[in-house]
Ligand binder design. Structure first.
Ligand SMILES: [Zn+2]
Length: 132
């Protein structure tokens, strides 16, 4: 398995206890939602070629209303009490959730596109051997 990385432009989130990664909705099951996710990504990445089976969007781009609120998770609470370690904040995304939160990236990213003008200086390569 390759490493999953959020496809939103400028986002380099990796899965942690706070960040979950979510796969694209199935194009067969929900083509309109699938397209909505693609449009959302294209807002941040022009010329994006579309999702691959490994394409994911991280939880940072979904509002709180996109997640199922587990109010009666007695089982999970029991586990916490048993282990004494707080369980991961595993949040379940609503089936119709749409990524809408991109403000973090817009602030972090400078509006200017940095052009690759700096060409690394090449070291002169000596291909001739001098001497006998
Ligand atoms: Zn992300």
């Amino acid at each position: 398995m390759g490493r999953l990385k959020c496809v939103i432009g400028g986002c380099y989130n990796r899965p942690t206890s706070e960040i979950s990664l979510y796969k694209f909705p199935s194009q067969e099951k929900d083509p309109s939602l699938h397209q909505t996710w693609i449009r959302a990504v294209k807002k941040t990445r022009q010329g994006w070629g579309g999702p691959t089976p490994g394409s994911v969007i991280c939880s940072a781009h979904f509002g709180d209303e996109c997640f199922k609120q587990r109010t009666t998770s007695s089982l999970a609470q029991k586990r916490v009490a048993h282990n004494g370690i707080p369980s991961r904040k595993r949040r379940t995304l609503e089936p119709d959730a749409i990524p809408t939160v991109f403000s973090v990236m817009n602030i972090a990213r400078s509006p200017k596109k940095r052009q690759k003008t700096a060409i690394p200086k090449r070291k002169p390569v000596c291909i001739f051997h001098i001497g006998p």
